[in-house]
Design a protein around this ligand. Structure first.
Ligand code: F6R
Ligand code: MG
Ligand code: MG
Length: 382
């Protein structure tokens, strides 16, 4: 057993080139400079900066534990620096995810998305970080269920004695701000009853049942709920530990071979397939999408980030991407109709109240409705 290391993945959309497409290289450079200085000072052990679509991703290791004000403060300052560049270049939606001017020790609730996992480094510590754009944290529900609870996905659940007891899912209700621990396989149907509503119930953490080892963490910020108004979609990140008594890297990636439908895409208001892509394709174009996810493979070595391995950069995912393209075409053909367009309660832009207000005096009660009402009263004896 080695030292305790925290892997912190903190992300934000601070503005981008040509719409909500991708950040400018100067923003990434500004952020990198700040993290390099922090590494030199010894605040963090190591870091990596990248982006997915319009979201800048900070991947950092340190020994300060989750929710540490110095680490969150560093992320905040880095995001401010990226925002400054965005303003100078007049990039689009500069500073979008920084909802406040004031920082009070933790970025949670202020806009950025956060996933942090503290670990006792194993002899070898293989970890995957997932970073998605144009979708929401619940997008990870289906693949994480497959990884940690579905024996048709994860062979190790059946044949690895260390995993055979199963896993515990912490499911978070974003509306109520409370969570529940549910065991798999015993409570599998209860887990599914909740997480099948990914806009509300989110798989937030997964623990190995036999020893409570924390195996996965997902960011749970929902920007629209934080701000109470549309401020952009809450594009999520996740961390998954792998191998040696945990799902193998290939078992984790296998869950992404099905491009399931997620909410997000254009104007945060459409369903579309989640397309696994290599880093070079992590730019959203068609109808501001389709939603996509990258998987970065790491080994953590005394806190050093060894990697990344660009895990979806493999022909083995070409057919998944092709299926995602077919689904994209199929969904797009619905235009403004549900279920391509989200239901009114989930949409982040909506003119519906305005349309209803405008038409309110033009609605007339139908004669048929009156007759049907009379008959139903008669039938119920009232
Ligand atoms: C979705 C997203 C984009 C924008 C769209 C319109 O999360 O970021 O699809 O919603 O490009 O953006 P505005 O309203 O800024 O013109
Ligand atoms: Mg944006
Ligand atoms: Mg985004």
């Amino acid at each position: 057993m080695g030292m305790k290391i925290t892997l912190s993945v903190i992300k934000a959309d601070l503005g981008s080139i040509a719409g909500h497409h991708m950040p400018h290289p100067d923003q990434l450079a500004a952020v990198t400079k700040m993290l390099a200085e922090a590494k030199q000072k010894g605040l963090i052990v190591d870091f990596y900066v990248t982006h997915v679509g319009d979201d800048i991703q900070l991947i950092m290791t340190h020994t300060k534990g989750p929710d540490h004000p110095d680490i969150h403060g560093l992320a905040w300052d880095a995001f401010k620096a990226a925002t400054k560049v965005a303003r100078e270049l007049k990039l689009y939606a500069a500073g979008q995810d920084l909802l406040s001017e004031a920082f009070s020790g933790n970025v949670k609730g202020l806009g950025p998305g956060v996933a942090e996992l503290e670990m006792e480094e194993r002899e070898a510590e293989p970890v995957i970080t997932f970073h998605a754009d144009k979708t929401e944290p619940g997008a990870f529900n289906l693949p994480l269920f497959r990884v940690f609870a579905d024996p048709f996905n994860t062979a190790g659940l059946v044949i690895d004695p260390k995993m055979h007891d199963g896993f515990v899912f912490e499911v978070y209700d974003v509306f109520e701000g409370r969570s529940v621990l549910l065991k798999s396989p015993e409570e599998m149907y209860d887990i599914l009853a909740l997480i099948g509503t990914p806009g509300r119930y989110i798989v937030r953490r997964v623990y190995r049942k036999s020893d409570n080892l924390l195996a996965a963490v997902v960011s749970v910020e929902r920007l629209n709920l934080i701000a109470g108004r549309y401020v952009g979609k809450d594009d999520p990140v996740a961390i998954v530990r792998t191998q040696h008594g945990l799902p193998a890297v290939g078992e984790v990636l296998e869950a992404f071979s099905f491009p399931h439908l997620v909410a997000g895409w254009m104007r945060g208001s459409h369903h579309g397939p989640l397309m696994p892509v290599p880093m070079r394709y992590a730019r959203v174009t068609r109808f501001d999408g389709p939603p996509r996810v990258i998987a970065l493979g790491w080994n953590i070595s005394n806190g050093k980030l060894i990697g990344p391995a660009d895990l979806f950069d493999d022909v083995a995912f070409d057919e998944t991407r092709r299926l995602a393209q077919f689904i994209t075409e199929y969904m797009r053909r619905h235009g403004p109709f549900m279920p391509h367009r989200l239901g009114p309660e989930e949409m982040e832009y909506t003119t519906l109240p305005l349309v209803l207000e405008k038409l309110k005096d033009r609605f007339v009660k139908s004669e048929e409705a009156k007759i049907v009402k009379k008959h139903s009263d008669m039938l119920s004896g009232s």
